[in-house]
Structures are given as structure tokens and as C-alpha cells.
Design a protein around this ligand. Sequence first.
Ligand code: FEO
Length: 169
Amino acid sequence: MLNKKIQDALNKQINYELYSAYLYLSMSAYFEDLNLAGFANWMRDHFQEETMHAMKIFDYINQRGGHVELSEIAKPDHTWKSAQDVFTNTLKHEQFITSLINGLVNLAREEKDHATESFLQWYVNEQVEEEATVNDILQQLKLIKDNTGALLMLDKELKTTINAQTTTQ
Ligand code: FEO
């Protein structure tokens, strides 16, 4: 059985993960407007990943005999200055999520909930990967600056990466 403190914190995290999904879907729409199909697909793929992150917690709460309580999802931004601006914000957002996961691990330790601490390790590792992937694209965008040709090439590359991931899953 989950204690109330842990249950409340995990329910909050479901909301943050669903907000992340919503934010990336909004970013996908922004890239669709710019006709950058590769970036749009990348964001759509991350929308699905974040939904999966939320559902893993949803299932875990139920598995531990807890109660899932969903709350309102905040409205995400819908416009940005550029692709670089989108990825700067994405990195900031992922760093914020990492800080929340670390907070959850600390809470699980304080409450001596070893099962939850172990469950959260998956998220600790996932955040390392997410931050690295986003930062990699951000660094490329910084090099690209206003070079439209290079931006279109990266867009094409992102589309291929997503297609390759989809066919190997
Ligand atoms: Fe679920 Fe990208 O953090």
C-alpha cells in the first residue's frame, strides 16, 4: 500500500508528464505550421513518450493498491520565436522534470518506500537520455543559426530517425 504523501506526489507527477505531452503536441503543431515535418514528427513522437511516462505511473499507483486522482492540465504555449527557441524551452522543461524526479526519489527515501525508489530509477535514467537528446538537437540548431538549407537538412534527418525508430520498435 502506498502512503498518502507518496501517492499525492506520484499523482502530481502524472499531471506533469501529461503537461509535457501536451506541450510537445503544441510544439508539433507549431512545426506543422512551418512545414517542418521532421521536427513536427519528432515532437509528436515525444508527445507519445510523455503519455507513456504518465501511464507507467498510473499503472504503478494501481499496482500498489493506491488511488489515481487526475487533475487539470495547464494550457501550454503555442508559439515560439524559432526552432532554436523551441528546443531551448524543451531543454529547460526537461531539466525541470529531472528536478521533480529527483525530488520524488528523495521523498521515497525519506518515507523508506524502497519499491517506489526502485520504480523511479527508470525515470532517473530516462531523464539523462532525454536531456542529452534534446541538447544534441539544440547544439545543432545553434550552429545552423539562420541557414535555411541546413535547417531543412536537419528536418529531413529527424524524420528519418523517427521512421527508423518506428520500424525497429
Ligand atoms: Fe517524461 Fe520528458 O520527461
